[in-house]
Design a protein around this ligand. Sequence first.
Ligand code: C2E
Ligand code: MG
Ligand code: MG
Length: 739
Amino acid sequence: MAGFFSRSVRATADEDAGSDEAPLRPIAASDAVRRVELLDSFEAAGLGWFWATDAQGRLIYLSDNASEKLGWSDGEAIGKPLGELFIPERFDDPNKTQRPLVFLLSARNSISGLNVRLAFTKEEVWWEIAGKPQFDEKGRFTGYRGSARDVTASRESDLNAERVAQFDPLTGLANRERLTTRLTETLTSYRNSKRACALLTLDLDRFKQITDTMGQQGGDELLKQVAARLEQIVDSEGEIGHLGGGKFQIVQPDVDDRGALGELGQRLIQALSQPYSIDGARAIIGASIGVAIAPYDGLDTKELVTAADLALYAAKGGGRGQYRFYSSDLKNSVQERRRVEEDLRDAIANGQISMHYQPVVCAKTYKVQSCEALMRWDHPENGDVPPAVFIPVAEDIGIIREMGEWALNEVCRQAKQWPVELRVAVNVSPMQFAHDDFAQTVRNALTNSGLDAARLELEITENVFLGDIGRAQGMFAELKELGVNLALDDFGSGYSSLSYLRTASFDTIKIDQGFVRGATEEGNNNAAILTAIVGLADALGMETVAEGVEARDELELVTQRGATLVQGFIFARPMPNEDFVDRLANGQQTYEARGPAKYRAARKTVFRRIGLIHEDNRYKVVMRNLSKTGAMIEGLLEVPLGTQVVLDLGGGQLAVATVRRSKGALQGVEFENPLISDGAEGLCTRHRVSPYQIEAAGRPLAALPQDPYSLIMGEQEGAGSPRQFVEVEVGTPKPGTGY
Ligand code: C2E
Ligand code: MG
Ligand code: MG
């Protein structure tokens, strides 16, 4: 090694050449000449430099080769204020661990190991400097003496190491550690400034299907493309992290508007659901998202992450491809879900599962053309559990194939015995479809029952395209060979790519209820889309079923727009096999259209005990129904029209409303601001009572409790004004639908 040590070693060796026993000549502190020589060689080797300033902070010395490195000729640096040699640091730099140089200099503090960036170099050059203030015998400041060394290279490699430690090498996104640190920092600093921060946890739906069919490499390629799409949508304020596998997290500082977050969730899901090209093959994936907002749903990282995970879990349980906000009821839903899981495992063996049938009628003649088999679970304690609840559970706990196989056999067996040879459609879960032996299962069901293949239709959703499209096409071909019909179910509800229609030769497209619903409302473009879908299906020689037709105006619209078949409550609800057989046996093959004349804005019938706040009094009322724009409440007598009230919908959701209808104990109220979708079937307010407000009322800061309003109002309630309305007791409804 050339340089400082080699030079000094050589010097000693030369002088003692020829002698084995060289005498030791230590450099004494008083030996100024040899000490200067020593420092000279240190400077010359570039291992470090010295600098000194005068009492005014001007440079009076800088090692020659430091000046050279900076491109200064001899002595040019002399006289410059030390602080000006470096780029001033930003005071708000989050990575800063020390006070800035100018501060240290003016306070005459010692400087040790401070990294500073040189101001006058073209390239980025960093020094680490150290220095001590000097004082004369009278204690007067005389300037600094210090050292410096170039740390550009080691700093670069430190930064690289940091990057490796903080970022996911595959996607370039922050990794779990970095995201957790950032979230923790944000939450801590936001707590003081009373700001909000949202966390979205996103999980790709059935990511495993991609790695199973396209291998690890295919999966990695997909993740890269997913990351790129996420980065396009999430603005620079947000930070995205890849936690591993198909799981991502997005931190959105300063957002607590659930309307905006719902829109973001929807946009993310839509963007990720567009097809991907992976090594020349096409693949599709969906995404589910859970949303939690600090401080409402959690104060610290752990609480917020758990809340977002619970919401994600609910979004998955709700059928995937959706977002869901955290709410405190989700904690109960985890327990409920465990119960469903346990009970469902034995449901078939216990004879609790049966198939019901809903007719599909000709749009012109109302004559039954076919029917759809729908699974029912009659739970001994909870009554009818809807398939929307138990099918996703069956998929998650891995019993959907068994249940689906049972359904296929049961339907084929029953249909074979019907007095009329009607076609019957069976719903197929994408998880059944993904299995190579699925065609064999269908073949067995046909053989066992002796049902003609042409009478069986398989309803699949767009989700079967998740994963490798080529593989799905192979399965379609096998099924077609068996002679069964194929229907694309719920078209328009999810990813809705028209390209699916080219991918497989479907016999039928079932237009999702969501398109029929509201298509008759003014300003709604569903009707136009309906026309387009029907036109396309016609061109491709497919039949179109309009699903979920309830009102006469909807029937008129779908018929006018060319749908060939109609399925909906307007003709019949799904019914047990015996009832269906009775009708067929009685020759009752034409149905009557029976339903309301007009579809009314989705007013969900509910029975929920809520609070109604009028002036500073709070009343207990029952909410009977709820829509985006208003609600029907019961429990107060004779409330005058035009009365301004606030509905406390629970969980800190306060909705300002005006009484528009009033009859006895029933009041119809209109919200000042419409509610928004909670991602599932439900509605929620955009904003909630802030935990900071509760804190301001003298309570400790905590995530929102179930009934935060009472914490704020507590003692003050009814302090001033007398109660103006008479509360009446409202009875409980009959036991509901169970879960
Ligand atoms: P889907 O295949 O789209 O079935 C149509 C759903 O719409 C059924 O709900 C039906 O009762 C309902 N419906 C029909 N007409 C109307 C109407 O006019 N208004 C309204 N509001 N609803 C109407 P259901 O039986 O609750 O089933 C829900 C979903 O569960 C089905 O949607 C299907 O995806 C799934 N499912 C049902 N049975 C099975 C099964 O055996 N296997 C699998 N894998 N999934 C099933
Ligand atoms: Mg269906
Ligand atoms: Mg459907």
